[in-house]
Ligand binder design. Structure first.
Ligand code: G4P
Length: 558
C-alpha cells in the first residue's frame, strides 16, 4: 500500500481513550504545512515573503527584501546566507490565515544544501514546486522533485515570473508530464504573458470561470488574446483529466498555478487554494514497542525501515522527530537547538518525554521550546501536530531521533540523506586551539552540517575526513569554525567522488583487498565503524561490483 494512500487518518487506528497529551481535532484540522522547492533564482524568497505578507506575518515587503549589503529575509538569517544572498538553513515560518494555521518550511535552494532541504521535506506534508516561467524545469527542481515523490507528498506547482516573457503553459505542462510522469491540472489559465502585461503596476485580480465567456470578453480588450483563449479552452478540454483530490493527495496530479510573486499576481489565489486543498498533518509510520519489551531502538539499523505502525496526529500521546539541529543560532547565546516536527499529540511547556535512542524510562524535560521565525524566536507554551518547535539541545538529540510521551517506545524511521560527493581532510593549523577546534568539529558533525570518515580502527586520533554533498558545505564549516569557535582550519581536498558502503562488512572488504581488487580505492570507516569505500568515479565502482562480484555496494549516506 503506498504510504500516501494511508495519509487519511481515518484509516489509522484511533486511540480509544484520550489523555491530556492528545491534540484537539480542531487544531489538527486547521494546520497546513508547506515546503517550497525550487531551483535558485526562481523567486522562492520573494514568494515566501509574499505568502508571509498575505498571512499578516510581515507588515511591509520592503522590510524583508533589501538590496546589497542589507539583502536578507526573515528566512535567510545566518551571516553567510546574508553575504551570499542564499538560503542555507531550513527554518519555519508560521502564520494564521483565515481559520487556518500555516507553517512554511523554508528549504535552501542552493544545490550544495540539498541535504537540509531533504530534511525539511521529511517534516513537510505538502510541497510547492516553484518554477521560473521562462526556464521551466531546472536541475535542482528535478532533484528535489524526486525527494517529494519518494515521500509521496502532495505537490503543487507555481509557475512564477509570468510578468515576463515565458514558455507557453503547454510547454511547461508537457515538461512536467514527460520528465516526471506527473499530470498537472491548471487551477487558472494565463492569458498572454509578460510580453504583453503592463509592467510595474500592482495586479487587480478577479476570478472568472473559463465558462463565463461574456465576462472574459469584456475584460480582455484584445481580440487576438480572446481568440487564443477560446482555442486554449478547447485544447484543455481534450488534454486534461478532471481534478481528482485522491490523486493530488497521492502526489500523482499536481494543481498548477501561474503568477508573479514580484507583482503579487496569483499569490493569494495560490494561498487560498492551497489552504483548501492541502493535506492536513499526516499520519506517519513508526516502530512501536511496549515498555520493558525488546531492545532500545537503534539509530543506524532502523535507518531505512519504514516502521510498521501508523501514528495518526490524533494518537493520544505526544510524538515527534528531530529533522534538524543547529548550533549558535544566536551568536550571543551559544546555544544549540533541535528542530522537532510534532507528529501527534500536543506539546506543553515543561513536559517530559522519552527518547528513541535512550533507555526506556529515561525522560527529558522540554522546558523551553521555541517557535522560530527566521532568527526571531519566541517561547512556545503549546504546539500541535504539523508544528515545528525548537528545543534546547545540549547534545542529546540527533537528526532522526524520536521524542514521545507514554509507555510505548516510538521510533520514526531515520531521515535518509544524500550520498556525499566531495571529500577533504580537515586540519587544525594551530595546536594551541586544539580544544575549541575539537568542540567545533564535534558540534558541527552532530548537527549534520557535514559527515565524517576516518581511517580504519582510528578512534579519533588520526586524520579526519569530511564528506559533503557540495563544496559550499565545507566553506560553511570553515566559516562557522572561525566565527563561532574562533579557530582556523585547513582543508585538503581528496580527489574521490563516490562513497559506497560495502554490504558484506569488513570481511568482504578484506577478502577483496587481499585479492588485489581494491587498488586505487580508499578504504575508510564511518561513525559506526562500518567500512566505506571511496571511488574516483562511477566506472571504478562499477568495475568492482560487476566484474568480480566481490562486493555488494550501497550508497553511503550517513
Ligand atoms: P530565490 O530565493 O529562489 O533564489 O529567488 P529570489 O526570490 O531571490 O528571486 C530571484 C530574482 O527573481 C530576484 O531578482 C527577484 O526580484 C526576481 N523575481 C522573483 N519573483 C519574480 C517575478 O514574479 N517576476 C519577476 N520579473 N522577477 C521576479 P534579483 O534581480 O536577483 O534581485 P532583486 O534585485 O530583485 O533583489
Amino acid at each position: 500500500v503506498p504510504r500516501s494512500a494511508l495519509r487519511s487518518t481515518e484509516e489509522a487506528a484511533l486511540p480509544s481513550s484520550s489523555t491530556s497529551h492528545a491534540a484537539p481535532i480542531t487544531e489538527i484540522n486547521r494546520r497546513r504545512n508547506l515546503a517550497i522547492i525550487s531551483h535558485p533564482d526562481s523567486g522562492k524568497t520573494t514568494m515566501t515573503e509574499k505568502l508571509l505578507l498575505y498571512g499578516g506575518a510581515l507588515q511591509t515587503a520592503g522590510a524583508v527584501r533589501m538590496k546589497g549589503e542589507q539583502r536578507g529575509t526573515k528566512s535567510d538569517f545566518m551571516e553567510m546566507e546574508r553575504e551570499r544572498g542564499i538560503s542555507i538553513s531550513s527554518t519555519v515560518m508560521s502564520f494564521d490565515y483565515n481559520s487556518l494555521h500555516v507553517n512554511i518550511l523554508d528549504t535552501p535552494g542552493h544545490q550544495d544544501f540539498s541535504e537540509d532541504t531533504y530534511r525539511a521535506l521529511a517534516a513537510a506534508d505538502n510541497a510547492v514546486m516553484l518554477l521560473d516561467a521562462a526556464k521551466g524545469l531546472e536541475p535542482q527542481t528535478r532533484k528535489l522533485f524526486e525527494v517529494c515523490r519518494m515521500r509521496g507528498l502532495p505537490l503543487f506547482t507555481f509557475v512564477n515570473k509570468m510578468d515576463r516573457p515565458a514558455l507557453t503553459p503547454y510547454e511547461i505542462m508537457d515538461q512536467i508530464e514527460a520528465e516526471f510522469g506527473l499530470e498537472t491540472f491548471p487551477m487558472l489559465w494565463p492569458i498572454g504573458d509578460g510580453d504583453r502585461a503592463e509592467r510595474g503596476t500592482k495586479s487587480q485580480v478577479r476570478q472568472v470561470p473559463m465558462s463565463d465567456l461574456e465576462t472574459l470578453k469584456e475584460h480582455i480588450n484584445d481580440e487576438e488574446l480572446y481568440e487564443k483563449l477560446l482555442e486554449d479552452q478547447e485544447i484543455l478540454q481534450e488534454l486534461i483529466s478532471p481534478l481528482d483530490m485522491d490523486r493530488v493527495m497521492a502526489g500523482q496530479q499536481s494543481p498548477l498555478f501561474f503568477g508573479s510573486a514580484m507583482t503579487n499576481f496569483g499569490v493569494q489565489l495560490f494561498l487560498d487554494k492551497f489552504c483548501a486543498m492541502g493535506s492536513k498533518p499526516s499520519a506517519r509510520f513508526a516502530t512501536k514497542q511496549e515498555e520493558g519489551k525488546g531492545k532500545k531502538a537503534s539509530h543506524d539499523e532502523s535507518f531505512d525501515e519504514e516502521g510498521d505502525e501508523l501514528v495518526p496526529p490524533e494518537y493520544e500521546e505526544f510524538t515527534g522527530f528531530v529533522f534538524k539541529t543547529q548550533a549558535n543560532l544566536d551568536p550571543k547565546h551559544r546555544d544549540r537547538l533541535a528542530y522537532v516536527r510534532i507528529v501527534s499529540g500536543s506539546y506543553q511547556k515543561g513536559m517530559k518525554v522519552g527518547h528513541s535512542r535512550s533507555k526506556m524510562g529515561k525522560k527529558y524535560n522540554l522546558a523551553q521550546a521555541q517557535a522560530l521565525f527566521g532568527s526571531d524566536r519566541e517561547t512556545v507554551e503549546i504546539a500541535y501536530p504539523g508544528d515545528v518547535i525548537g528545543i534546547n539541545n545540549p547534545g542529546n538529540f540527533a537528526i532522526g531521533d524520536t521524542l514521545f510521551t507514554g509507555n510505548n517506545l516510538i521510533a520514526f524511521p531515520g531521515i535518509p540523506s544524500f550520498s556525499p560527493e566531495v571529500f577533504a581532510y580537515i586540519r587544525n593549523p594551530n595546536p594551541s586551539t586544539y580544544k575549541s577546534f575539537q568542540k567545533g568539529i564535534d558540534q558541527l558533525l552532530a548537527e549534520g552540517a557535514v559527515q565524517s570518515l576516518r581511517q580504519r580502527n582510528d578512534d579519533g586520533g588520526g586524520p579526519l575526513i569530511l564528506a559533503a554533498v557540495g563544496q559550499l558545505q565545507f566553506e560553511v564549516v570553515q566559516a562557522r569554525l572561525k566565527s563561532e569557535y574562533g579557530v582556523d582550519s585547513v582543508l585538503e581536498p581528496i580527489n574521490y567522488t563516490l562513497a559506497r558502503w560495502a554490504d558484506g562488512g569488513w570481511e568482504a572488504v578484506d577478502k577483496a583487498d587481499k585479492d588485489g581488487k581494491l587498488f586505487g580505492i580508499m578504504i575508510l570507516q564511518d561513525r559506526w565503524k562500518r567500512p566505506v569505500l571511496l571511488f574516483r568515479n562511477d566506472w571504478k565502482a562499477a568495475s568492482v561490483t560487476e566484474e568480480e562480484k566481490y562486493l555488494e555496494l550501497k550508497p553511503w549516506s550517513k
